[in-house]
Design a protein. Structure first.
Length: 216
């Protein structure tokens, strides 16, 4: 009888130990699954935060680029040269005038010829603003006068003498006399092209002569 009681006690101890083992085992098996949602939730939060930061950074970058682009569109770049104190390339607001460019370049020097430029004229992007000196302006005027004199020195076919016609480049003594004879026989030339009626003068010669003769 005592042996039986001892066996029952041993059996209870084994059963209790086995139960404790099952409880502990179940606890450790269930623990990861309980904690997993928390870890997953934390990961999702971090991803969302990173994504938000990235989006914000892109938006800020886009806004910055738009602002820089707007600033660039509101400016023009011009090259200022000649009789100014600080020639160079300058950025100016859209709608600026020549005077603004000159002032940006330090203003005119003492020898500048302000009469040769229109200070009130608007300038566009990539424009060249050149201010001549008084000497340059004078030389330009002399050249223009010389060019005008050259035009005025054209030989008049209806008034020129034989000697004057002989001096015309492309005409010799024979052709000069033929022009005189044609003029006396048929009257005044109405245009330089009528030289084609003169013997020995063709279309190519007439085109060359137009630089030196006139009927006005």
């Amino acid at each position: 009888m005592e042996e039986l009681i001892e066996k029952i006690k041993e059996y209870k101890i084994i059963v209790i130990c086995a139960s404790l083992g099952l409880v502990l085992g179940g606890f450790f098996l269930l623990k990861p699954s309980i904690q997993a949602p928390a870890k997953e939730s934390n990961f999702q939060t971090e991803v969302a935060a990173i994504s938000k930061d990235s989006t914000t950074e892109k938006e800020e970058k886009t806004q910055k680029e738009k602002k820089e682009e707007a600033v660039e569109q509101d400016l023009i770049t011009v090259d200022v040269k000649g009789a100014v104190k600080s020639p160079g390339i300058y950025d100016l607001p859209v709608g600026s005038r020549v005077n603004d460019a000159v002032q940006k370049a330090g203003g005119l020097i003492d020898n500048a010829d302000s009469k040769s430029i229109n200070l009130a004229q608007k300038i566009s992007d990539e424009a060249l603003v050149y201010v001549p000196t008084k000497e340059e302006a004078a030389n330009q005027e002399s050249y223009s006068n010389a060019t005008g004199n050259k035009e005025s020195k054209k030989v008049n076919l209806n008034k020129a003498s034989l000697e004057e016609l002989k001096q015309v480049k492309g005409l010799g003594a024979k052709r000069a006399q033929d022009i005189i004879d044609h003029r006396e026989s048929n009257g005044k030339f109405k245009s330089v092209d009528e030289l084609k009626k003169v013997s020995g003068i063709g279309a190519k010669t007439i085109e060359k002569l137009k630089e030196y003769v006139t009927v006005d």
